[in-house]
Write a protein that binds this ligand. Structure first.
Ligand code: SF4
Ligand code: SF4
Length: 336
């Protein structure tokens, strides 16, 4: 028997709130870091401290430090926050599917704004034909494979040598400089990705993001799944139409795909009560509500960062005179 939905679905307003909060947090971190760097470029000290959270943008350093932690049992001193945040995001994927991409990642959020703009403007988004879509989706795994190979092939000594080199110490400043002084090639690539994102939902995330690829692989182990109850489903296909990952939600009984980012958009549009839900495994599986996902992400993030701060595994203890020496030369500092 079909029972119409009565309760208001809060998943999308809640998810967008979490996305905006995390985007604003990242903008604030970026602004603080810019001010911190400017002090060493201008020689005028204005009291800005380096926000360690900027290391969330150093996922390779996060992978390297996680390897050192795994093999030696101790956390490296340089860029420990990169490791903490990397492990938090992988854990969130292991527990809550690829929620990092659907709820947190600022690039994913901007990408969602772009394709939403495209959909508002053109009343649709486009999909690539399967013969092109499938090989292109493999690109992000190739990029991930390249980075994983680079990290796996380094010894602990190599990693420590790399991260303690001038290049490794100011990898964050180099990243800032990359965006401050975009080369023509980088500007063209970013421009093309931006235009592509207006027409194709999650263009960057779907085809090119190696971090998202890693989160998707971790999410395959997550106990949470979107599950469809065939008895309650009225086969309207609204779920499949709205899915930004282009998954055939209306034809499957559960979504196992590494592309599912736990955005819950499919549940939000489903008109049939009890037909679609995010659930834990088991025959009498429990429904996982969006507020639980938001709370779990917040608790995981806050608890991990707080613990890292208390135990001294958050800040990179680099004296100001080292930044004073390295920051003005950041753009000329070569790879070791
Ligand atoms: S299946 Fe549902 S939760 Fe997963 S990406 Fe598609 S719309 Fe989002
Ligand atoms: S939105 Fe999907 S799950 Fe819900 S009734 Fe329509 S086809 Fe079935």
């Amino acid at each position: 028997m079909l029972i119409r939905r009565t309760a208001e679905d809060i998943s999308q307003p809640l998810r967008r709130t979490v996305q905006v909060a995390f985007l604003l947090l990242n903008l604030w971190i970026g602004f603080q870091f810019y001010q911190f760097v400017r002090q060493f470029e201008t020689g005028v000290w204005r009291g800005w401290q380096r926000p360690a959270g900027v290391e969330g943008w150093l996922p390779i350093a996060g992978m390297m430090n996680s390897k050192v932690l795994l093999l030696t049992g101790y956390a490296p001193e340089v860029h420990p926050a990169a490791m903490v945040l990397f492990l938090v995001f992988v854990t969130s994927s292991l527990l809550l599917r690829k929620s990092f991409c659907g709820w947190l990642c600022p690039v994913g959020t901007l990408s969602e704004y772009l394709w939403s703009l495209g959909r508002e403007t053109f009343r649709r988004t486009w999909t690539l034909p399967k013969w092109l879509d499938i090989p292109l989706r493999g690109l992000k795994y190739l990029l991930l494979g390249f980075f994983l190979y680079a990290v796996v092939s380094m010894t602990v000594t190599d990693i420590e040598g790399f991260l303690r080199s001038p290049y490794g110490l100011i990898a964050d400043v180099r990243m800032l400089n990359f965006f401050r002084a975009l080369s023509v090639t980088a500007a063209i690539i970013i421009g093309l990705l931006t235009i592509g994102s207006v027409f194709i939902a999650n263009f960057w995330c779907r085809y090119l993001c190696p971090y998202g690829a890693l989160m998707g692989l971790a999410a395959l182990l997550s106990p949470l799944r979107i599950r469809r109850n065939k008895e309650r489903c009225i086969d309207c296909a609204k779920c499949a139409k709205v899915c930004p990952a282009q998954l055939p939600v209306d034809r499957l009984t559960q979504i196992r795909s590494a592309e599912c980012m736990a955005c819950m958009s499919c549940i939000a549009v489903c008109p049939a009560e009890g037909a679609l839900a995010m659930k834990l495994p088991g025959r009498k599986s429990r429904i996982v509500r969006p507020e639980w996902i938001a709370a779990a992400i917040a608790i995981l993030l806050v608890a991990s960062v707080t613990t890292a701060k208390w135990t001294g595994h958050w800040e990179t203890p680099l004296p100001a005179h080292v930044y004073q020496r390295l920051v003005p030369l950041a753009s000329e500092t070569g790879h070791p």
